[in-house]
Design a protein around this ligand. Structure first.
Ligand SMILES: Cc1ncc(C[n+]2csc(CCOP(=O)(O)OP(=O)(O)O)c2C)c(N)n1
Length: 577
């Protein structure tokens, strides 16, 4: 088969099994777009801004576990994609981004729409390539997919100069069946001696905690993690990215930890004697002040990425390998040893956790007159809990309220930008999820500031008839920033009031969607019911919420887990344990 460089790109995507590609055309990728036009195996989805192409590919990857693919032109197309690429990088999302580049002879000449995108993205990709010969395109793409999806996943950028996609230059095509790279060999199997050492420590543990992160979701290890929790009886806490990896309703689940984590999870972390971190990376929003982090704990860390080990917090027993395989080996070792956990001590520990749980730290003062954001999320759960449901979010208070109040029972159902915290992520990510699962119900919880960062994608949703439900928790402020200004800047609300808001119903209706507005708590459930009953259209529900509600509990920057503060409502009602 003789193909041009542009045709090779499309054929390679087909050979990788790629179904969708999100993108935006331009001069440097015209040959590629022409090759896309002349085939029907790979479906291209035209977005309205390149950032959204990356977030949509990212949402697709998070929901399916398959790599997301995006295509953008050189220069501004590529720079618009950078926020999306960094978002995927910080959350370890497998993705291949093809960027057009000016023709090879023009590189370095400040040509029209030239940027050094491999230079710009170097710190926020797992790897990137600048392809220089048409003969190298197929192999480079195969390497890109291999790197993106193996080991610790991440985005890979492949920069392709226009002249090597020339339709008049055709070469023989074959796609590599297997990729071998001398310089890249991720460790997949955990060391048996380390696993045994960890097991010995776990068997003697008196106050253990399983701290699980997004790696359990990405590594498809929920089942094994569940078994480990069952066999050991250890309490579990999830990071923001780990929500759903272990069922929220499980009695051993203490909920999320960290800055807005639960009292019981954070106190258990502080008093733990053995911490088993699984696919988690000790992010600063999780650890609080490092010097006070888990002061008494022996720390076991299972992670596929050796660079994550002891990066932020010193680890006693590192185990590098795929979490799924390591957990399987761990379970086998428990079986072989036929040993018993320290059940007596464990019972005392669980009882202590129950006492912390008894504080009911997420309790809030509901209202008959104003919609509390917590109530808005609880009601969303009530209405959607029996559906085949995926929920994306933007960034801010609404994201934290959702993490706290929407109990996720399964992995890959909660899709949000945890590491980079990218406002504008929610709607395009929902597009990727809906494309992957056309029959599922897909919603996006957002804020009135976040939604405006990628609001142009309402057009993409219309073009592709994506019936996403947008739950806009509209408090009139950049709530999360306002909250910090309230606590730490004496209520000087500098530039966080979101003025000149559009009439959201009129706005979405102008795109051909359905708009609704709710401002009374009593009307909320019926409004959601109505919105979710509209199966074939995008609906935006503009939920007017309490403008000054805050997210509690909270650990201030530079404080330890045991120093979190509670809502004034709680502190007034109860004495802390
Ligand atoms: C692209 C980007 N710019 C700025 C921020 C900083 N930031 C974090 S939360 C937030 C406010 C979000 O406001 P809104 O979307 O209305 O959500 P709310 O907090 O009110 O729920 C801002 C500005 C960010 N996370 N991302």
């Amino acid at each position: 088969m003789e193909l041009s460089g542009a045709e090779i790109i499309v054929q390679a995507l087909k050979d990788e099994g790629v179904k969708y590609i999100w993108g935006y055309p331009g001069g440097a990728v015209l040959h590629i777009y022409d090759a896309i036009f002349r085939q029907d195996g790979v479906r291209h989805i035209l977005v309205r801004h390149e950032q959204a192409a990356i977030h949509a590919a990212d949402g697709y990857a998070r929901a399916t576990g398959e790599p997301g693919v995006a295509l953008v032109t050189s220069g501004p197309g590529a720079t618009n994609a950078v926020t999306g690429i960094a978002t995927a990088y910080l959350d370890s999302i497998p993705m291949v981004v093809i960027t057009g580049q000016v023709p090879l002879p023009f590189i370095g000449s400040d040509a029209f729409q030239e940027v050094d995108i491999t230079g710009i993205t170097r710190p926020c990709v797992k790897h990137n390539f600048l392809v220089k010969r048409v003969e190298d395109i197929a192999e480079t793409l195969a390497k890109a997919f291999y790197i993106a999806t193996s080991g610790r996943p991440g985005p890979v950028v492949v920069d392709i100069p226009k002249d090597i996609t020339d339709p008049n230059v055709k070469i023989a095509y074959s796609y590599p069946k297997k990729v071998e790279m001398r310089s890249y060999k991720p460790i997949v199997k955990g060391h048996p001696r380390q696993i045994r050492k960890a097991v010995d420590i776990m068997l003697k543990a008196e106050r253990p905690v399983l701290y699980i992160g997004g790696g359990v979701v990405l590594g498809e290890a929920s089942e094994e993690l569940g078994k480990l929790a069952e066999v050991s009886g250890f309490p579990v806490t999830n990071t923001l990215m780990g929500l759903g990896a272990f069922p929220a309703s499980h009695k051993q689940n203490m909920g999320m930890l960290g800055m807005h984590g639960t009292y019981e999870a954070n106190m258990a972390m502080h008093e733990a004697d053995v911490l088993i971190a699984v696919g988690a990376r000790f992010d600063d929003r999780v650890t609080g002040k490092i010097a006070q982090f888990c002061p008494d704990a022996t720390i076991i860390h299972i992670d596929v990425d050796p660079a994550s080990i002891s990066k932020n917090v010193r680890v006693d027993v590192p185990i590098v390998g795929h979490v799924k395989g390591v957990l399987k080996d761990m379970l086998k070792t428990f079986d072989e040893q036929k040993s018993e956990f320290n059940t007596k001590a464990l019972a005392v520990w669980l009882e202590r956790i129950e006492r912390w749980r008894g504080l009911n730290c997420l309790d809030y003062a509901n209202s008959d007159t104003v919609i509390k954001p917590q109530f808005a999320v609880e009601t969303l759960h009530k209405v959607t809990k029996d559906m085949d449901f995926y929920l994306t979010s933007d960034v801010g208070q609404h994201q934290m309220f959702t993490a706290q109040f929407y109990p996720f029972e399964k992995p890959r159902r909660w899709i949000n930008s945890g590491g980079l915290g990218t406002m504008g992520f929610g709607l395009p990510a929902a597009m990727g999820v809906q494309q992957a699962f056309p029959d599922a119900t897909v919603a996006c919880v957002t804020g009135e500031a976040s939604i405006q960062m990628c609001i142009q994608e309402l057009a993409t949703c219309r073009q592709w008839d994506l019936p996403i439900k947008i739950i806009l928790l509209n408090n009139g402020y950049m709530g999360m920033v306002r909250q910090w200004q309230e606590f730490f800047y004496d209520r000087r609300y500098s530039h966080t009031y979101v003025d000149a808001l559009p009439d959201f119903s009129a706005l979405v209706e102008s795109y051909g969607h359905v708009g609704m507005r709710v401002d009374k708590p009593a009307d909320l459930e019926a409004a959601y019911q109505e919105a979710f009953s509209i199966k074939d259209k995008l609906v935006l529900v503009n939920v007017i919420t309490d403008p000054e509600e805050n997210v509690y509990p909270m650990i201030e920057l530079g404080k330890g887990h045991h120093e979190m503060f509670m809502s004034p409502h709680l502190s007034a009602a109860r004495e802390l344990a």
